[in-house]
Design a protein around this ligand. Sequence first.
Ligand SMILES: Cc1cc2nc3c(=O)[nH]c(=O)nc-3n(C[C@H](O)[C@H](O)[C@H](O)COP(=O)(O)OP(=O)(O)OC[C@H]3O[C@@H](n4cnc5c(N)ncnc54)[C@H](O)[C@@H]3O)c2cc1C
Length: 310
Amino acid sequence: MVKLVKEKTEVYPLNKIDDICTHIERCGRTCYKSENKITEETALPFISGILKSGHESVIEHANVIFSMPNTAHNSRIFTMRDIRGLYCSLEKDPLINQEVIVVSGNMRSFRDVARQYNIHDFLLKIGIPTFYIADNSSLFFSDLKIEGVQQSRFSELHNYVTTHSICDLGAYKDITRHRLASFSIESTRYCNYSKGKFGGELAVLEPCNIEKDSEMYYIWFDAINEIEKHYMKMAELGAKADQLRMILPHSTKADMIMTANVTEWKHIFSLRCHTAAHPSVRRIMKLILAECCQIWPNFFDEQKKEFLAA
Ligand SMILES: Cc1cc2nc3c(=O)[nH]c(=O)nc-3n(C[C@H](O)[C@H](O)[C@H](O)COP(=O)(O)OP(=O)(O)OC[C@H]3O[C@@H](n4cnc5c(N)ncnc54)[C@H](O)[C@@H]3O)c2cc1C
């Protein structure tokens, strides 16, 4: 019989530069369902492997925030608009009461700056050689400083959060349409639910828009169990995960790692916590909004009132 699981969400915190690699490994291994392989030594080989294979979206889950003086030379950063995941703004720094250039992005965007513009400053300041594009390059910007990892005292553009959520495939399909966020998903192409690692059963989320114990609920439940029987029969005949996934329903459990800055999260909540969104999307998004309200009550005050008020 299928396993019924509940949607849930948790923040994957990242507070210091030294934890960038373990954070990325944690995010990446969630999609491969290989969290049990994590030890103190596995992060760097894991990252080298994903960089070699070109699966760079996993390194988008670590963000660093920088500042530098507002000089004509440093303003060159504003011409690098083609780098996805890189954000720059001119902001007043409350600590020194002066305007500074604030730049933030993820590890992939800093590698793209190095590849595209031969500017290695961000990678060199972060100082983890595994990510370097070139080893002995000189600095381009002057007085570039690291201001934070994932969170900073600057605007919502330069504050990020990574969440791990359990939702259904239908919700994940809708949520991954948001192009300015970064995602890592447990792949249905590689997960074979007939294997021991998955307990030899399909994991599904109960539909939140079908009343529990109603006639319709039991029809859904029978249908899901029939699918599981056919899935296991196909597996016995030697079907691979790639073939088996063709019969997976929208209710199938999905593990989703998602990272975005507050500006994008606010945009996503405005669309996905709204009554126009699918109920399963709304449910998971409200859980994530509640987590964001804990971290940044000020940024999300309006949305808390709009979407979370009883
Ligand atoms: C109620 C509802 C019903 C929906 N129904 C359907 C449907 O029937 N069919 C369907 O295909 N989709 C549907 N969608 C998905 C929807 O069309 C969007 O793809 C999804 O919501 C992503 O939102 P977005 O494009 O506003 O923003 P994001 O991808 O989150 O991007 C954020 C912002 O960045 C900017 N941006 C990002 N990329 C670009 C770009 N390439 N060019 C210009 N600006 C860009 C825009 O300003 C955008 O608002 C639905 C969404 C909702 C909420």
